[in-house]
Each structure stands twice: as C-alpha cells, then as structure tokens.
Design a protein around this ligand. Structure first.
Ligand SMILES: NC(=O)c1ccc[n+]([C@@H]2O[C@H](COP(=O)([O-])OP(=O)(O)OC[C@H]3O[C@@H](n4cnc5c(N)ncnc54)[C@H](OP(=O)(O)O)[C@@H]3O)[C@@H](O)[C@H]2O)c1
Length: 397
C-alpha cells in the first residue's frame, strides 16, 4: 500500500495553497480509512484560507467527502462499515487552530460512527453534498429549536412538549442555500414525526421558487428576499397573518438577522425560537443581538464531531450530546434509502488542483451575502452559486 497521497494543503503563514504529496493517514482504533471519490465545497473551506486559523506549517483543506471504506482500524466499533462500503462524512479541514484531518485528498481517516452508508441508487457526487450542511440543519432544527425529531435524540435536546395542535409557522430565510435545502427536509421530517402541521415560509430568488415549492421541500409560501417589504410579506403569509413562531436564518449576516427577527409574532420572546449559523460580532456574521427581543442561538457543526475545536477566539469543548445527535442523524441517513435528497450538484471540471482557482473563487472569502456576481469568468461552471453544491471528482467510482 502506498504511504503517500495527494492532498490540497494550506500554508497558513503565507495563505498559499498547493496540491502536494502528504503522508497517507492510518485509521486508528474505532476509525475507518476512506478512499475519497468526490468532495463538496462549503463556504468555510475558503474563508479559512483567506483568514487562516491554523498555525501549523501546513494543513489539509476540505470538509465534505464521499468514498469507499478501504480499511478498518484496530478495535472496530459495533456496526463499523466493512471494507468496500460506500460512505460519506465530513471532517474539519483547516477550520481550527488544533490539527484535525481534511477531506480534499485521496484518503481520510475518521471515527467509523461519523460516516453514513450511501444508498445504492445515490451517486457519491450527490452523497458528498449532504454530511456537513445536513448535520448543521439537524442541529439547528432538532437541538437548538428542539422541534420533534424522526430519530432518538439525547435528553438535552428532547422536544418541547405542546398540546397546541394549530399549525406552527416557520421562516427559513435563504431557503435555496445548501443548508436551507436540508433544513426544509428536517422540518418536513419533524412534521411527520409529530403530526403537527408546519407552515413553511421560505425566502429565495424568484428563479428558485419552483424548486422549493416542489417535494421534498414543499414550501407553503416562498418570497423573494430582494423585495424591500419581504419581512411584511412573510408575516402576511403566516396563518393568522401575525408572524412566525420559529425562524432559521441560513445567512446570519448583518441585516439578515434583524430582518428575520422582525417577522416574529409579538408574543415570542427570549431564546429557543431563532437559529443562526454564524456567530454574532465582527469575527462572525457581524450582527448584534443586544437590541433583539427574540435572541438567536448560534451553533457550529463541528460540535457533532465530539472533540475539542479551537477557534482561536473561543474553544468548543468536546460535546458528548452533540456527537450522539450526529451519530443518530447519520444512522437515520443510512436508513433513509435515498429519501433524504442531496443538493443539486454542479459538477466542477478538474480535480484537486482546480478547487482553489475555480471553486474558492465562487465561494468568496467571507460573507455569502457579499458575494458579487461572481468572478469575471465566462465559463458555464463559473456562474454564481444558487440552489446547488459545487462538487469535484477526486477519483471515478
Ligand atoms: N454554523 C455552522 O456550523 C455552519 C455550517 C454550514 C454552513 N454554515 C454557514 O451557513 C451559510 C450558508 O452556507 P451554504 O453552504 O448553505 O451557502 P450557499 O449554498 O453557498 O449559499 C448560496 C445561496 O445564498 C443565497 N443568498 C446569497 N445572499 C443572500 C442574501 N443576502 N439573502 C438571502 N439569500 C442569499 C443565494 O440565494 P438565491 O440563489 O436564491 O439568490 C444562494 O442560493 C454560510 O455562511 C455558511 O458558512 C454554518
């Protein structure tokens, strides 16, 4: 077996990147080694190249991957996927101070309970889009908003009990983001689990309304966030016309947060109703929670890995409940036989060497809401990202 592999690495001191040979990882106890076939891109992959957190000489980039189990480490856990199983998962890449593995490579080793089994009918390209934003969505809906889940959750996330059978109104701001498309599926799964109707109101560009009105998202109303009166239009779209009881801001940058907060019903106060995905303040989404009566709760998907993540400005402690939720969610994905629908894929030409010049150019280097019309490139694969995931093939299946 070769002892080296190709990987896309970041040199934090210079912010430069390169595809180079690095040592091939060995699976540790309870881990699997995955031969990677496809990787999907997330905004954090490029943010921490422009603004590195890592201080090591080099770090392997990349979070989302799908591939085939090549080896099982010593002391396998019960139900560890066998060699040859098609799996998907996510790792940290260079999004931390402490050293953790990256996915933009030929191989990755990670805990066997943090991968899920890809259904036969799903391509690995499609599967690579799910793990990171899918888990982020599950954390937002089931752990932070504590809506009923279609799988067992740790006690700290148990759903709030309610005897109210009226439909609950929920806004998903930026429903056409990768994250938003998984949030909608978690909400529809929650509705099925609890039997309580969710009236789902989304915001997105007009060109994405037909996609979002159709299954598996099946929005009850979709509003164009470019309309200056969109918060009023959201309130008017709720049952009773008084505003929402829950909201999820898939952008969580600057004015999106106060705009979303203004769509709440007047009786809603405090925490537990509003989920955001970038932290407040300048190092995050640049919003201020001080003046908001409905307080957004932020969470980072990395908690699901159950290990300490050092962000420089703060550390996420190992979180056993978040890991348990991740494991349950991935078992749920494995059992869905394709019913959890991947994001539409934009297959990007080239391999590891094209991720930075093409993919990261499209992702930009900080705010999603500040992406301009995209880089001045005319190729079809370089149009702005809208309702899809950028995917690179590392090796054909
Ligand atoms: N906390 C966490 O652990 C975590 C995990 C994953 C992602 N995130 C964060 O979640 C955010 C979304 O990530 P993603 O990968 O889902 O994004 P993405 O798919 O790359 O986002 C692209 C979408 O953003 C929409 N958009 C851009 N500006 C907008 C605005 N001002 N208002 C409304 N929509 C706007 C566009 O909608 P239209 O095409 O309809 O115009 C487009 O479809 C990022 O900030 C990411 O870093 C956080």
């Amino acid at each position: 077996m070769a002892s080296a592999m190709e990987a896309l690495v970041l040199y934090p001191a210079t912010h430069k990147t390169a595809v180079v040979d690095v040592p091939k990882p060995m699976p540790g106890p309870g881990e699997v080694l995955v031969r990677i076939h496809a990787v999907a891109l997330n905004p954090v992959d490029s943010i921490y190249v422009t603004h590195p957190l890592a201080t090591q000489k080099q770090r392997v980039l990349g979070t989302d991957f799908a591939g085939v189990v090549e080896a099982v480490g010593p002391s396998p856990i019960p139900n560890s996927p066998a060699v040859g199983t098609r799996v998907a998962g996510f790792v940290q890449g260079a999004c931390s101070v402490n050293e953790l593995p990256g996915a933009f490579a030929q191989y990755v080793a990670l805990p066997a309970d943090l991968v899920w089994t890809v259904p036969k009918a799903m391509s690995l390209e499609s599967a690579s889009t799910i793990s990171m934003c899918g888990l982020t969505a599950a954390q937002g809906v089931f752990a932070r908003l504590r809506l009923p889940a279609p799988f067992p959750v740790p006690d700290v996330y148990k759903a709030k009990t309610t005897t109210n059978a009226d439909p609950v109104n929920i806004l998903v701001y930026a429903a056409s983001t990768s994250l938003g498309m998984y949030i909608a599926q978690c909400l529809r799964a929650s509705e099925k689990a609890s039997g309580r109707k969710i009236r789902m109101i989304g915001t997105a560009s007009q060109s994405k309304h037909a996609l979002l009105n159709a299954p598996p998202y099946s929005y009850d109303a979709v509003i164009d966030y470019r309309h200056k009166d969109w918060p009023k239009m959201v309130r008017e779209a709720t049952t009773g016309g008084n505003g929402v009881q829950y909201a999820i801001d898939c952008i969580s940058e600057g004015a999106t947060v106060s705009g979303v907060e203004s769509t709440f019903e007047a009786s809603i106060h405090g925490e537990g109703h509003f989920a955001t995905f970038r932290a407040p303040g300048g190092a995050g989404g640049g919003y201020d929670v001080g003046s908001l009566k409905v307080k957004p709760t932020y969470g980072a998907v990395w908690e699901g890995q159950g290990v300490e993540v050092d962000y420089g400005v703060f550390k996420l402690a190992p979180n056993a409940a978040a890991k348990e939720l991740a494991v349950e969610f991935y078992q749920y994905l494995s059992s869905q036989d394709g019913n959890f629908v991947p994001n539409p894929v934009r297959l990007m030409p080239g391999g590891l060497d094209k991720i930075v010049p093409d993919g990261f150019a499209l992702l930009g280097s900080n705010m999603v809401s500040a992406r301009d019309e995209g880089p001045a490139r005319t190729e079809a694969h370089m149009k702005p990202i809208s309702g899809e995931k950028l995917v690179y093939v590392i090796e054909e299946e």
